[in-house]
Ligand binder design. Structure first.
Ligand SMILES: *Cc1c(COP(=O)(O)O)cnc(C)c1O
Length: 370
């Protein structure tokens, strides 16, 4: 067993609650293929996320891949490199070419002032990321997409429950893809969802997640297998009952971090965005070594020595991955490059005691200038 503090800890319902939830699966022997738990969770999430339409998938990555494939895209896709491997991989694995746009230095989302300059006659879509739950410049992205006839697929993996101007962020773009991985604010162990408005697009995603099968004797697409099983859906039904309470506890942790680190020279915190109701998914901190007196790596090491496992999240940039060696130039995305070298994501989960937050902050502050 580890005794240290990890960057996150998965939310789980009371054991008995889960056992009760899966009891019916033993009665019916219906373990997967869009059973009653899948349908119940789909309906519950549709309401919780105020989604026009929603489908459930095995994970957030397959939500991205199958959404991209359902839109039948070809050519170049503009995205950001300051994200999890999944975003870029979903584009490349679908036979498309990622074109990297730099990020905003405050919100870490796509810098829309640099977006139009990257559009060519080959551009077919934009894949922005609501990174850390920070909402992208959704209005400007839609304006540019409309002006150039581009599709928009949001990587909304970090945005469970986030609202912007009182509305769920699920309904922006052609598709918004959520992840319900064990490490996310809301989890189904592994899982994901695609939210969309066009029912025809939904039919294609639904077929693609089940081998392209259209009927007992009809296969109309070269699909994959990405169906959420009943056990994962049952976990989701349980966790959904507790998620508001989990988010409220996360808020307390975040407020303690902000109180301790908010006024420290050389330390930049995640922004509080106007008109956004956040979900407190992550607590990224940027260290400017010149001003703070210690680098991100120094702080990482100091925490590590105390068995506190913060994450260099996101580092390296996806356009610097070894698997893409020689294909992209991270000098084209200098802000993302700098942020990835200065950022550290601190431990954050609902059960993290505030005394531990204080201890983490004490260690960080000791790294800086005296
Ligand atoms: C977690 C995550 C994904 C992938 O989701 P999985 O459910 O793990 O497949 C995609 N994008 C981002 C930004 C993520 O954090």
């Amino acid at each position: 067993m580890n005794h240290g503090i990890m960057v996150t800890r998965s939310s789980m319902p009371p054991f008995e609650e889960y056992i009760n939830e899966i009891r019916e699966i033993w009665d019916s022997h219906w373990m997967t293929n869009m059973g009653p738990k899948h349908e119940a969770l789909r309906a519950a999430l549709k309401a919780y996320l105020s989604a026009t339409e929603i489908d459930l998938l095995t994970n957030g990555h397959m939500a991205l891949e199958l959404s991209i494939q359902a839109l039948r895209l070809q050519g170049e896709v503009i995205t950001t490199p300051f994200t999890f491997a999944s975003t870029t991989h979903a584009i490349v694995r679908s036979g498309l070419t990622p074109v990297f746009c730099d990020i905003d230095p405050v919100t870490f989302t796509m810098d829309t002032s640099k977006l139009e300059g990257l559009i060519t006659e080959k551009t077919c879509a934009i894949v922005p990321v609501h990174v850390y739950g920070n909402v992208c410049n959704v209005e400007e992205i839609q304006r540019i997409a409309d002006a150039h006839g581009l599709k928009v697929i949001y990587d909304a993996a970090h945005t469970f429950g986030v609202r912007y101007k009182g509305q769920s962020v699920a309904n922006y773009g052609d598709v918004s893809c959520y992840s319900f991985h064990a490490t996310k604010v809301f989890n189904t162990i592994e899982g994901g969802a695609a939210c969309f408005r066009d029912p025809e697009l939904g039919r294609r995603i639904c077929q693609l997640k089940n081998f392209g099968i259209n009927g007992p004797e009809s296969v109309i697409g070269v699909g994959a297998n990405a169906k959420m099983n009943e056990f994962c859906a049952a976990m989701g039904l349980c966790n959904l009952r507790h998620v508001d309470e989990e988010i409220a506890k996360r808020k307390q942790v975040v407020e303690r971090y902000r109180a301790r680190l908010g006024q420290v020279p050389g330390v930049q915190l995640n922004p509080i965005q106007p008109e956004v109701q956040p979900n407190y998914a992550y607590f990224p901190v940027l260290f400017d070594p010149e001003v703070f007196g210690a680098s991100r790596d120094d702080v990482f090491d100091a925490l590590f020595a105390n068995e506190i496992y913060a994450r260099k999240y996101f580092y390296p940039l996806t356009n610097r991955f070894q698997c893409f060696q020689g294909q992209f130039d991270s000098a084209q995305t200098p802000v993302a490059r700098r942020v990835s070298e200065q950022v550290l994501t601190l431990p954050l989960y609902s059960a993290l005691p505030l005394e531990e937050v204080d201890r983490i902050c004490d260690i960080i502050l000791r790294c800086g200038r005296k």
